[in-house]
Design a protein around this ligand. Structure first.
Ligand code: KG4
Ligand code: ZN
Length: 345
């Protein structure tokens, strides 16, 4: 079975083709991606209307590139999957509309996928795929969650952020330091040349005893520190970046370890854009190897938004039998959609 996946929830248009055969893991045949980062950079963040218009321009040419690379055609597609939410409503509608139009034209069923489930299952695309059950740390631009994952569709929320997401903490702090959008990778790069102990920044909820996160206070502390530095900020920027990253990484690390402890599981899956952060990976790897816990990540280029994770999640949902694709083509999108609401048990 061939599953075409379309991602358009935010500022990346992604298209991919996966193949399922027998009971094994679906295989990625090809994927293509267009990032709108350069287009939104002038505005310091994503402009939803511009995002939608660009998705419309990109999605079909990207699909053509995917079919060319895979040596397949539209006629081979058995199911068309798209990101149904969460995300920007107008942007989601582009992927959903195109997917349903393709499905209707081909007389093939469609399947709406939860964007975070895509991130969550993206490590199954890597050579070192995880096995169920595991604890998942989902760290993206809009979400920070710890989940217990017992199988496809079997998700239990263990904790989440009560305000900003980890990616937002990176992005907002980076903005305060005058770095381009999205700030996470820029801040991480700058941090490489700085001292993580240079500034004492808060580690919110570190000792709260639960698995929730809070990052809004950190951003305020970074702002206060930046103001205090005044003209000195320019020369101390790398230190401030390193200190900010250290605060975010420490909280993510300690809470992940607490989730492992609480569940008694011995596998951790890290997914979402912030999962690309090198310092987070180094520290998680070191701490987990001391505890005999295996850590799995998506391949670096599949950490941020892409179509492969949507095609993969669709293929795994279909394979596990928990959902069937539909030929109704009466689509909707869900800009807000809690992942735990997908739980089947
Ligand atoms: O998962 P994603 O591509 O989009 C959402 O679904 O939100 O995540 C994007 C987020 C942004 O906040 C970006 O700054 C952050 O991931 N990010 C990073 C790194 N690469 C991407 N944050 C820290 N270090 C990185 N290397
Ligand atoms: Zn994402």
């Amino acid at each position: 079975m061939f599953v075409l996946g379309i991602e358009s929830s935010c500022d990346e248009t992604g298209v991919a083709l996966v193949e399922t055969a027998g009971g094994g893991l679906p295989r990625l045949l090809a994927h293509a991606l267009h990032s709108q980062i350069a287009m939104h950079q002038d505005y310091g963040g994503v402009v939803p209307e511009l995002a939608s218009r660009d998705h419309i321009r990109r999605v079909l040419p990207l699909a053509r590139a995917v079919f060319d690379e895979a040596g397949r055609t539209l006629a081979d597609v058995d199911v068309v999957a798209y990101t149904r939410g969460p995300g920007l409503a107008g942007a989601l509608l582009v992927g959903a509309g195109v997917a349903c139009a393709l499905g209707a034209a081909l007389s093939k069923p469609v399947l709406g996928i939860h964007h975070l489930e895509g991130h969550l299952l993206s490590p199954f695309l890597s050579a070192d795929a995880p096995a169920f059950p595991f604890v998942a740390l989902l760290v993206s631009g809009g979400h920070t969650q710890l989940m217990r994952v017992d199988g496809v569709g079997r998700y239990e929320l263990l904790g989440e952020t009560i305000d900003d997401a980890a990616g937002e903490a990176f992005d907002k702090s980076a903005k305060l330091m005058g770095l381009p959008y999205p700030g996470g990778p820029w801040l991480a790069k700058l941090a490489e040349g700085g001292d993580p102990a240079a500034f004492k920044l808060p580690r919110p909820l570190l000792h709260s005893g639960d698995l929730d996160f809070s990052f809004a206070g950190l951003k305020t502390a970074v702002l206060t520190q930046a103001r205090k530095l005044g003209d000195e900020l320019e020369t101390r920027k790398a230190d401030l970046a390193a200190s900010t990253q250290a605060a975010i990484v420490e909280v993510l690390l300690k809470k992940s370890l607490a989730a492992i402890e609480q569940t008694g599981l011995d596998r951790l899956v890290v997914a979402g854009g912030v999962g690309a952060n090198r310092s987070l990976r180094q520290q998680l790897n070191a701490a987990c190897s001391r505890k005999g816990v295996r850590v799995h990540y998506p391949e670096l280029h599949l950490c941020t938004d892409n179509g492969a994770m949507i095609a993969m999640a669709a293929a795994m949902r279909l394979q596990s039998g928990i959902e069937q694709a539909s030929e109704r083509y009466a689509f909707d999108v869900k800009p807000r959609w809690p992942l735990a609401s997908l739980a089947t048990s």
